[in-house]
Design a binder for this molecule. Structure first.
Ligand code: ASP
Ligand code: MG
Length: 457
């Protein structure tokens, strides 16, 4: 029995946060945890910035820009560790600083190596945070050991966004991590980083620590992957809009994927793919309220006919409607339409079509003027800015007859557009004007959750 405990950057931002993590990990000792950690908050950004400064030829400035980052690591260690351990860590920080300075110089000199050097540089955020957390745990009386994630996660050489390779990653992870567990120590690994099979450092893309946690969890076939953040799991609605919103106890992977679009607080479907493949539950826990059970995302969710799980919404959306008689009975029209968005690298979210019109929603309206002029060659274009998307999610929707009636009754005086039900049949999505979105979400929450004192997930 093993559990992955992944902590994000804010959970290791300073001594108080690190000590809190040590207490939480210590209290989970019985479940043989393996800890995966992000860089201290802001550190990856600083390292990235230094590579940008260096690429402009300003190596001295690039090196200087990291001084406060290294000082922060040292002062945190000094505050949280015994003098001997703090001194030993300071030596490692100085070595890292020297190595990074050399890499920044190289990156100014050899533009063709920039991506590879970027990974070698930014990986230090996780290298240092995992070392520091292992020491803090040790200081708190928890037997722990840093394990270099680059010896575990084997990737291709697609620098800055490398792809983990199986089964090598599984084999190496087990070989490195299991002996540490067998010695009764808690392994601590940096997330986000890996290496090619010939040992060149890579990173998995920004925010990649969750992905690392899922990969390591799949490799070790753990019982649960815990993602520790500073929110109480997934809520039934945005608490700023619906004060009585409460934590959803359980979501299916599919429900979590539908909700992912509506907020970074929910797991990105890609990051938990390795967990989904092995049906490993992923629990979102709150490091500020460690005794709350958070939200568990897993293969099965109990569906009761009236149960929906959450009402998500997103403002600042633009909707586009293209109407053309040419569409009627013709093929190739939709392709031509989507090619316009493709050319402008603009993501389309919700789409609905009728015989002669297509409506869709966009988050990013920055290329809108040129998109409109190209769309006008296809038909009449109508744009509505200041829209919001509301998405009602729940496996229960599959069997819920009358769901549309219930939704639209609750908001019968609010005009809606772009109504769609995804192929997965677990979401019901539509657009309203931004000014009315809070009112609509509040009423829907009342309608669906008033009988549920706690989530009937
Ligand atoms: N430290 C990396 C980042 O900020 C990875 C992560 O936090 O997940 O992107
Ligand atoms: Mg981070």
């Amino acid at each position: 029995m093993t559990t992955i405990m992944k902590f994000g950057g804010t959970s290791v931002a300073d001594v108080a946060a690190l000590k809190n993590v040590a207490a939480i990990v210590g209290s989970f000792r019985q479940s043989r945890p393996v800890v995966v950690v992000s860089a201290m908050s802001g550190v990856t950004d600083s390292l990235v910035t230094s590579t940008i400064i260096a690429s402009q030829g300003q190596v001295a400035e690039a090196i200087k820009s990291l001084e406060s980052t290294f000082a922060r690591h040292k002062s945190t260690a000094k505050e949280g560790l015994s003098p001997e351990l703090a001194e030993a860590f300071a030596v490692e920080v100085d070595q890292a600083a020297n190595t990074i300075a050399g890499l920044l110089k190289l990156s100014a000199e050899y533009p063709s190596l920039r991506q590879e050097l970027y990974d070698a540089i930014v990986s230090w955020g996780e290298m240092l945070s995992s070392k520091l957390l292992a020491l803090i745990l040790f200081e708190a009386g928890v037997n722990s050991q840093q394990v270099d994630a680059r010896d575990c996660i084997v990737t291709d050489d697609n620098y800055t966004c490398a792809l983990p390779l199986m089964p090598d990653t599984f084999v190496r992870t087990r070989a490195k991590v299991l002996p540490v567990l067998d010695q009764g120590a808690i392994p601590v690994l940096g997330g986000f980083i890996g290496a090619t099979s010939d040992g060149r450092t890579t990173t998995l893309g920004r925010g990649g620590s969750d992905y690392s946690a899922a990969i390591i969890g799949a490799a070790l076939r753990v019982d649960e992957i815990q993602i520790w953040t500073d929110v109480t799991g997934v809520l039934t609605a945005d608490p700023r809009v619906v004060p009585e919103a409460h934590t959803v106890e359980r979501l299916s992977y599919a429900e979590a994927a539908e909700l992912a679009y509506f907020g970074a607080k929910v797991l990105h479907p890609k990051t938990i793919q390795p967990a989904i493949e092995d049906s490993i539950p992923v629990r979102i826990c709150n490091s500020r309220a460690a005794d709350e059970s958070g939200t568990v995302v897993c293969a099965q969710t109990i569906t009761s006919p009236r149960t929906i799980k959450a009402i998500a919404h997103k403002s600042g959306v633009t909707t586009v409607q293209v109407t053309s008689a040419r569409m009627l009975g013709a093929y190739g029209f939709l392709r031509a339409l989507f090619e316009v968005f493709d050319r402008h690298r603009t993501v389309v979210d919700v789409v609905t079509t009728s015989e002669v019109s297509v409506s869709l929603s966009l988050d990013d309206a920055s290329s809108l003027p040129s998109i409109i002029s190209e769309l006008e060659t296809l038909g009449t274009v109508r744009i509505d800015q200041g829209q919001a998307i509301i998405c009602v999610v729940g496996e229960g929707l599959k069997e819920m007859s009358g769901i549309a009636a219930k939704i639209f009754n609750a908001i019968s005086d609010i005009p809606v557009s772009l109504i769609s039900q995804g192929a997965s049949s677990i979401n019901f999505t539509f657009a309203v004007a931004e000014e009315q979105v809070h009112e609509a979400v509040g009423r829907l929450h009342h309608e669906f959750f008033r009988e549920q004192a706690v989530s009937a997930a």
